[in-house]
Each structure stands twice: as C-alpha cells, then as structure tokens.
Design a protein around this ligand. Sequence first.
Ligand SMILES: Cc1cc2nc3c(=O)[nH]c(=O)nc-3n(C[C@H](O)[C@H](O)[C@H](O)COP(=O)(O)O)c2cc1C
Length: 419
Amino acid sequence: MSRYDENKHDTAGNPDALSTANPAATPAAGAAATTPIGDHRLSNAALQTQCQSEHDREIPEVDLMSPLTLRGVTFRNRIAMSPMCMYSAEDGFANDFHLVHLGSRAIGGVGLVIVEATAVTVEGRISPRDMGIWKDEHIEPLARIARFVEMQGAIPGIQLAHAGRKASCDAPWNGGGSLKTPAEGGWSVIGPSPLPFYADDPLPALMSETDIEECIEAWGAAARRALNAGFKMIELHAAHGYLMHEFLSPLSNHRTDNYGGSLANRMRLLLKVAKHLRDIIPSELPFFVRISATDWADGGWDMEQSIILCRELKLLGVDLIDVSSGGVIPDARIPVTRGYQIQFAKRIRDEAQIRTGGVGLITDPQYADEIITGGQADLVFIGRELLREPYWALKAQHALAIEPEWPIQYGYAVKRRAK
Ligand SMILES: Cc1cc2nc3c(=O)[nH]c(=O)nc-3n(C[C@H](O)[C@H](O)[C@H](O)COP(=O)(O)O)c2cc1C
C-alpha cells in the first residue's frame, strides 16, 4: 500500500486584517505598510477621509484568483500544487519527467508549484526512487525545474522531507510494502523510538542525540541547496507520519530524554529544525511547514497540540502552515469527505493567527473560492485533481467567469477561437 494512500478572521477572509493583527506574518521588513479597509484603529475623521477617497471605487475582495504576497514573494493566485511523490528519480536526481510534470502545472496557471517530498538524507527517502537533495550534484536538475516554473509565472517551491520509520518502501504501484533487506533494495530506517509503522516492518533504530544533531545539519544543508537551485519557497514536511511527525506524536515517540514525553520535548526537534531553516532562508523568502493537525486516534497528536505548535512556529518566522492530517498509524479512521481538513486550517488560522493552506479533496473551483473568500485558509493546495487536470487553475478561472490568464503562446490563439 502506498504510504500516501488516503487511509492512511477576521473580516470574511481579508488577509490584510490577519496581517494587521499579526505583525510577524507581514511581508518583508521595510515593505510599505497598508491600512486595511475598516481598520478599527482608524479615527472617525480618518475613516471618513478614507471612505470619501474610495467613493465609487471598486474595492477588490480577496478570492481564489487574488494574488498573495508573503514577505518578498507574490503568488499570482491562491492555488498551490500540493507536493506529490512521483517515485521516478534515479539516485535522487530530478529528470525530464519531473520537468514536464511540474512545468505543465505552471503553464496550467497555478500560483505555486511545490516539488514533491525531497529527501534531505539518502536514508530519509520513502522509496529508492524518491527525489533527493542530499548532495550538491542534485542542485542543477532541480534548478532547471525552478527556472522553468518561474518563467511560466508560478513560484517554484520545494518540500524538504525525511521519512523516518516510513522509509525504505517500494513504489505504490508495486504495493508500497517495506523493503526489508538490502537484497530487496531496502536500507535501515531510523525513528524517535524502536516502534515500527506496521507490526511486521523492521524496527527503526532509535536516534541518539548525535543522530538528531546530524539530522538537523542535513536539513540545513538541504535548504541551502534548494536555495542555490533557485526555489523561492521552502516547505518543511512535518506531516503524514514521517520523521518530524513521529517525534511530535505520542503514538510513535516513547522517548524519555529531552525529545520525548512532554509536549515541549516532543516539539523540540521540529522547532530546532524550523529555527535552523528560518536562519538559512533569506528574510525575503517565505517558509511553510506542513503538519498533520490530528492523528485521528485517541492518545495521539491533536488540534490542541497543533495550535500550540503553530504559535511557536509563527514566533520562529514560519509564514504559513499547510494543514493536512493523519499518517502516523496505519489504522486511523479518517472521515475523508470534500474539504475534510479545512476545519483544521481555519481553526489554526484563527487561534494561532498564522496564515494557512487548506488541502484535501478540493476539486471544485467554486468550493476552492469559498475557502478563500470565507477566510478558512489563505491558499488552497490541490493534489490529485491536478494530476487529472494539469490546467485546473486555468479552467477554474473560466468557471469563475474570469478570462483565463493563458500563457502568451496560447492566449492569442485560443481567445481568437471564441470569437
Ligand atoms: C501520488 C501522491 C503523492 C503524494 N506525495 C506527497 C508528498 O510528497 N508530500 C506531501 O506532503 N504529501 C503528499 N501527498 C499528499 C498530497 O499532497 C495531498 O495532501 C493529498 O493528496 C490530499 O489532497 P488531494 O485530495 O487534493 O489529492 C501525495 C498524494 C498523492 C496522491
């Protein structure tokens, strides 16, 4: 089975209102301060002047197609291609498949293209054919993708990952089972505790404090390589039962040292890695963290802990939480329905006062638009629907009665056909 199988405020969504309440989430230091419409701190006289100057002027509302600026980076709309493993790299190297796969979604109009979970160490791969960034030689083929995506008007982002105890598995189309021995193409896996994901998986080796320090350095080196490759957004993968999530969840972390037990101890590794990455990522570039908001299991990670974590991440300079769920245990009962994780994105946005991305079974443009206009999230992440339809974002513009922003090479031709 694939480790990615699905078992496994403001003023109605005005993000300027969020950034007013949340100075740490505002764009680059030094950027001109804007006064949100209806800011309660304005005096009556100032408000009257503002209203008069806006008389008869259409005030744009924030919707799916509105640009979003985080620090010094502007996404042309609120549609992100969710990171999706393609299990098609050789020795971690991106190739022509990835260029066309990711490049066509950029041509297809999304605002942000995120390269799939990209392993920060060789043993951190889910499968032997995961994308990797553990050596400098990986930079150039990734740079080719970042250049092309940017040339098409989308922001190139990359998700950095370590699979922890869920490493060393076959590709999903081969069943996704654990590769238990080197003869099968597998390798030894590591984790917070010697607890396997499935009962018959090999026991992960408990990470020593030295292993943990080395791992933090590996994340940093990977982030530097990603920046050298030209990515304009880095996402730290702390969801879906992989290494960072394994440390967070009491179901996978039974340690008794500084990295286990209390919530503060379980969050320690993720917060250290996040701080290290934020120190490396230039201040003008945004930094996202993907979390599983809940394990969907008694005694596991949950929303209350997620809100505390997200407040800490915000203090460290994380710009957006990409809110997913599940993945740390194989038998969680997840009520998978349209937008089933959006409630978590909204609560984190409201209670941790940080921007969020919503993901999960979002396929309909009207619904995606409602998520943004309703202030439930600041970005929508689209996964499988973008596999079915690379031009989803252009079609969404059409569905929302907006002239699609065709690439220049296509626009004059397809618009002429309509006449
Ligand atoms: C083929 C496939 C590969 C995936 N790989 C990743 C990944 O690399 N990193 C990640 O965080 N999530 C991954 N996911 C989860 C998606 O990013 C997304 O969260 C999930 O599919 C739900 O969104 P959707 O209903 O729009 O597909 C993957 C999902 C699929 C279908």
